[in-house]
Ligand binder design. Structure first.
Ligand code: GAL
Length: 447
C-alpha cells in the first residue's frame, strides 16, 4: 500500500504551530489593534477534520475557509489525507477515545447514524429549521442527515460515482465515440490498444476497486439487485448469475488497465487521463473537479458520460460535515459552520470546484457544466434512480463494507481465483455480517 503523508495535528498542537509562526499573529494583531478593536482576535474558530488533499479538494477547502473568514469564523484545518476517508475515520475514532475530538468532521453516510446513535454528534436542529432545510434540500439528502428526528449533519454536495471520463484529444484523434454499452466499450478498448494507448486508468487500492465494482454490478443488473447485494447483503444474491456476470466484467476490464495495476492515488489517475497516459477513467465525479483544477475545462480536454448501462441511474455519495458534541462551548461556531455550508451562494461555488452537484433542489443550472447538469437531471428525477454508493458508505455499515470490499479486492488481484469461488466466499462471508439497522439511509431504500 502506498503510504499517504500525514499532515494532521491534534487540537492542542495548534498553539505550538502558531507559536512557531509568530508572523501570523503579528499579521492579525497589528491591523486589529490599529483599526478594528481586535475583532479578528475574537473570531470564533472551528477545527475541521477532513480528508481532502488533492488539488481540487484543497481548492474547495480554501473556498470554505475564505468564505467563513469573511464571516469571522476561522476554519482550523485538520487534514488527514486518505482517499475516501479510510485514515480520517481511524484518526477521528482515536481522537474521540482520547477525549480530544475536533469540533467538526467530514463523516459520510451510514457512519453518521452509527455515530449519532452513540450520542457523539451535536444536533443542528435550530440551523436546519431557520434555514428551512426540509424544504430546500433534496428529500434523499434530508433523510440522510437525520437520526431519530434530529438533524445531525450539514450536507455539502452530491457526487455521482458511475461516471466515465474520457480524454477528448485521444478520442477525436482515433475517431472514437464514448461507449454507451459494454460491447462498444470493448471495441473502443481494442482500437486504443492497437494505437498503443492504455485504455483505462485504474488503481489497485481497495476502495477504488470497490468503487469500480459497484458501478459494474449496477450496469449488469438493476437497482433492486444492487440493493440485494450491498444493502440487504443476501447470500443468494452473491450466488446469482448477475453477480457472476459483474465479476466477469471486472476481469474483462482489468485487461484494459495497465499490467500490473499499481496502487495509485485517485488524483494520480486523474493526472494520467489529463496527460493522455490513459484514455478513460471510471471514477466518482470528484475526478472532474481535479481535471478542471489541472487546467482541463469540461468538454474541452475531457468529457464524461455515464458508465455503460447506468445512464438512467445516479450512484450517489453525499459529503457531510458533523459537529462533535463536546462541552457545548463551541455550539455557536459549529452552528455557524453548518449554516454556511448549506447557503445557496456557497453551495454553487463549492460544488463547481469539487465536481459534485448542490444538495439544494433548485440550484442555478446555468452555472453547471454538462457533466453536472446530467448528474443533476438524473438525481432530481425519479427517486428510484438514486442508488446509494456501497464503497462510499451510503449502503451499509462499516464492518460489512470493509469485509465485502476486501473480498472484491481479493478477486480483483488474484487472476487464479475463479468466479464461482469468489461468489461462494462472498456468500459465506455475508451470512456472518450484521443486518442493517432500521432508520438509517440503508434501510429507507429497501425495496
Ligand atoms: C469520497 C468523498 C469525496 C472525495 C473522494 C476521494 O468518499 O465523498 O468527496 O473526497 O472520496 O477521496
Amino acid at each position: 500500500m502506498q503510504t499517504e503523508q500525514q499532515d494532521f495535528w491534534p487540537a492542542e498542537e495548534d498553539t505550538h504551530r502558531q507559536q512557531r509562526k509568530p508572523h501570523r499573529w503579528r499579521a492579525l494583531l497589528i491591523p486589529c489593534l490599529l483599526t478594528l478593536g481586535c475583532s479578528a482576535v475574537q473570531a470564533q474558530s472551528v477545527q475541521v477534520l477532513h480528508w481532502w488533499k488533492s488539488l481540487s479538494e484543497q481548492q474547495a477547502v480554501n473556498l470554505l475557509t475564505t468564505k467563513l473568514a469573511q464571516d469571522n469564523l476561522q476554519w482550523r484545518d485538520g487534514l488527514v489525507p486518505s482517499g475516501s476517508g479510510v485514515g480520517a475515520s481511524i484518526v477521528l475514532k482515536s481522537r474521540i477515545l482520547a477525549g480530544n475530538a475536533p469540533e467538526a468532521a467530514q463523516l459520510n453516510g451510514v457512519l453518521v447514524s452509527e455515530w449519532a446513535e452513540l450520542g457523539l454528534l451535536l444536533d443542528i436542529d435550530n440551523v436546519a429549521q431557520t434555514g428551512k432545510w426540509e424544504k430546500s434540500l433534496f428529500p434523499k439528502v434530508w433523510n440522510l442527515i437525520q437520526v431519530k428526528n434530529h438533524v445531525v449533519a450539514a450536507p455539502l454536495g452530491i457526487h455521482r460515482i458511475n461516471t466515465l471520463f474520457y480524454n477528448k484529444k485521444i478520442f477525436s484523434k482515433l475517431d472514437l465515440k464514448p461507449p454507451a454499452s459494454w460491447e462498444e466499450f470493448d471495441q473502443v478498448v481494442r482500437k486504443l490498444q492497437q494505437a498503443g494507448i492504455t485504455p483505462l486508468a485504474q488503481s489497485s487500492e481497495v476502495w477504488q476497486v470497490a468503487t469500480l465494482f459497484e458501478t459494474v454490478l449496477l450496469s449488469v443488473s438493476s437497482p433492486g439487485f444492487y440493493h440485494d447485494v450491498f444493502v440487504r447483503k443476501q447470500p443468494s444474491a452473491m450466488m446469482d448469475a448477475r453477480f457472476a456476470q459483474a465479476l466477469k466484467r471486472l476481469r474483462i476490464l482489468k485487461k484494459a488497465m495497465p499490467n500490473p495495476v499499481a496502487d495509485k492515488l485517485w488524483m494520480d489517475l486523474s493526472r494520467q487521463l489529463a496527460e493522455g497516459q490513459a484514455a478513460m477513467l471510471i471514477m466518482g465525479d470528484w475526478a472532474k473537479g481535479e481535471l478542471n483544477a489541472l487546467g482541463l475545462p469540461t468538454d474541452t480536454g475531457f468529457s464524461c458520460v455515464a458508465v455503460p448501462g447506468t445512464a438512467a441511474y445516479h450512484i450517489y455519495d453525499v459529503d457531510t460535515l458533523v459537529m462533535l458534541a463536546r462541552d457545548g462551548s463551541k455550539r455557536s461556531a459549529q452552528e455557524k459552520l453548518a449554516q454556511w455550508v448549506v447557503s445557496p451562494a456557497l453551495q454553487q461555488e463549492y460544488n463547481q470546484v469539487k465536481g459534485s452537484i448542490p444538495v439544494l433542489k433548485n440550484p442555478d443550472l446555468t452555472k453547471m457544466d454538462s457533466c453536472a447538469r446530467n448528474a443533476w437531471k438524473v438525481f432530481s428525477g425519479d427517486a428510484a434512480a438514486q442508488v446509494p454508493s456501497f464503497a462510499h458508505r451510503m449502503a451499509t455499515d462499516e464492518i460489512s463494507r470493509d469485509a465485502m470490499m476486501n473480498e472484491i479486492h481479493r478477486f480483483f488481484m488474484d487472476d487464479q481465483m475463479s468466479v464461482e469461488e469468489a461468489q461462494k466466499r462472498m456468500a459465506t462471508m455475508v451470512r456472518a455480517l450484521p443486518k442493517n439497522k432500521a432508520g438509517n439511509d440503508a434501510q429507507d431504500i429497501n425495496r
